[in-house]
Design a binder for this molecule. Structure first.
Ligand SMILES: Nc1ncnc2c1ncn2[C@@H]1O[C@H](COP(=O)(O)OP(=O)(O)OP(=O)(O)O)[C@@H](O)[C@H]1O
Ligand SMILES: [Mg+2]
Length: 349
């Protein structure tokens, strides 16, 4: 498969009055052409900082202390601001976490959608507006032509999110980074936006990095999933590996806190007890160990390496060491294992 982005051993610190925050602590992953990779994890795990590093849009107190981010083999971290300007919004574009504030309230949406073209392409105002209209149609803004001169406040929340997506795709990016693009929206509109992203991917072949803290939306959109905790990846694999054969207790916790499909009004959702570690002073072992009832002694002492579970599926937990004791995962996760086995049997039989 064609790897278009390779993030290797990325480390990002923030210098603060209280000391150095070790926000990203050695993250590596690839993105293949045309696929959707989801990055999931609780608030503060480092999802946004990881993708902002790719775009090189980090706060001024940040410091990328290690790693490389290769785009078609070229390290983006070695590029000048000027060179990055040619890539950002053009080859790689991003939908930010807060769509409402990423639109300019004083500029018409026609102009805003056309702007990346005016910056990156030498085309006339008229041609750029024509293309803006096309893209607004594509993302499902009704009567796009008649609305080019309207301002953001004249649109609903869901429509504004579509406009933000239109801006991000107007120049056919190779990579689209969507940082929690649906969090602020109600469930129906969320589903529509996800369908829209999938449709756009089919039409223009974009690779997508989709960030969410909600594993529920991942099943519908991702090919592969990377689970993040306290500035590191703890598990990654194909979407089925993560949903039906998860290995890291943190992934179990995330899955266990997901609503199940059988509609039960009194459904009790288990959120993971405890809080993530303070990254001013990261723990030496598996950062999840203090919250992990399955933790082994060594988890508190030594950072587990990635153990290979199957092709493309890896998890960083000492539970996968050949000498580790066998543990029983939460019942909801055990049901997933069972379902998967059954599926395998039906497929084979
Ligand atoms: N400018 C900054 N100065 C200091 N620390 C920062 C700064 N920006 C981010 N951090 C820290 O970096 C860590 C990762 O933050 P990040 O925004 O990537 O989390 P996230 O996974 O995107 O969370 P959320 O789901 O809430 O968006 C957090 O611990 C955060 O406090
Ligand atoms: Mg974030």
């Amino acid at each position: 498969m064609d790897k278009i982005l390779e993030v290797n051993d990325l480390e990002v610190n923030f210098n603060t009055y209280n000391g150095t925050v070790h926000a990203i602590r050695g993250v590596s992953f690839d993105l293949n052409a045309g696929e959707t990779l989801a990055i999931v994890g609780e608030s503060g795990s480092g999802k946004s900082i990881t993708v902002r590093s790719i775009m090189q849009l980090l706060a001024s107190n940040s410091d990328i202390t290690n790693g490389s981010i290769k785009y078609h083999g070229d390290d983006l971290l070695k590029k000048s601001d000027k060179e990055m300007d040619k890539i950002r919004g053009n080859k790689i574009s991003m939908i930010f976490q807060d769509p409402m504030t990423s639109l300019d309230p004083t500029m018409t949406i026609g102009k805003q959608v056309a702007e990346p073209l005016r910056i990156h392409k030498n085309i006339s105002k008229k041609a750029a507006l024509k293309r803006a209209e096309e893209v607004l149609n594509l993302v499902g803004i009704p009567n796009a032509k008649g609305r080019l001169n309207d301002y953001p406040h004249q649109f609903s929340g869901g429509q504004r999110q579509r406009i933000v997506i239109a801006i991000a795709i107007v120049d056919y990016p190779e990579i689209l980074i969507a940082d929690e693009p649906t969090t602020a929206l109600d469930v129906t509109v969320q589903a529509q936006i996800i369908d829209l992203l999938k449709e756009l991917q089919e039409k223009i072949g974009t690779s997508i990095i989709f960030i969410t803290h909600d594993l529920g939306v991942v099943a519908g959109i991702a090919d592969r999933v990377a689970v993040m905790y306290a500035g590191r990846l703890v598990e990654y694999g194909n979407v089925d590996d993560i949903f039906y054969n998860p290995q890291h207790p943190y992934t179990w916790g995330l899955l266990d806190s997901m609503p199940t499909l059988d509609v039960d009004e009194n459904q009790h959702l288990n959120s993971i007890p405890g809080t993530p570690p303070n990254l001013l002073n990261p723990p030496k072992g598996d950062a999840f160990a203090p919250r992990n009832k399955y933790a082994l002694e060594i988890d508190l002492e030594e950072q587990p390496p990635f153990f290979k579970v199957s092709k493309n599926h890896y998890a960083a937990t000492w539970l996968l060491h050949p000498d580790a004791p066998k543990v029983t995962p939460p019942a909801s996760v055990q049901r997933r294992f069972d379902e998967y086995k059954k599926l395998g049997e039906t497929n084979n039989g």
